[in-house]
Ligand binder design. Sequence first.
Ligand code: F6R
Length: 243
Amino acid sequence: MRLVICETHGELGLKVANEVARLIKNKSKCVLGLPTGETSISAYKELVGMYENGDVDFSNVVTFNLDEYLGISKSHPCSYHSFMQHNLFGHINIPKASVHIPDGLAEFPDEECKRYESLIQIYGGIDLLILGIGHNGHIGFNEPGTSIDTLTHVVNLDISTVQANSRFFEKIDDVPKRAITMGIKTILSARRIILMASGEKKSQIVHDAFAKEMTTDIPASVLQKHNDVLVMLDKEAARLFDK
Ligand code: F6R
């Protein structure tokens, strides 16, 4: 695991975007795994800027999002489909057919999970997976206690996750309580992983995840098992590493 500490959240977004852009330029076809969430927005903004300046071409890029809520439609303003459209896909030249996000309205969610997992395999696996981290250490929606053997699956969201995500909804009761997420095994199968975290509020959990022993109580800590992980933090999130 390598640790990169950036001065600001803006610099973090730029550095993550640079890693993505470098891969896209070096590989004629590449498969990205992508998160939603506040932390990712600055990186997406940078990638949109790079596309607008003619520096990155997304026509040969394939993407798989980590997760999606169950029970809301793609067009719901808080769906992860909407988030991605608004922050990235709506502004770049990625073909619609190359974008993959679990279907939150799938009639048979378990079948949708199997379809999603095998689609990742059909595309040859994920070259670079970008992750955020939840306050409880979740990655994707793999909440504390998730087995490292999980593939894409249906999850019941932790109450702390529902609370954290309620800031995007009108009221907490509107936050879906279930989601589809890539599993820990799916995540660990990616060839490269970048985990990004920003702000003082993430400092304790990133320290617990990467400066202590691996435990499934902190799902992000299992990334210590992977041989190509870059943990990219801004100064506030890295506060406890400085000591
Ligand atoms: C979202 C996802 C989550 C977020 C995490 C951090 O697709 O997979 O694991 O990355 O909850 O979210 P923010 O960046 O909003 O703090």
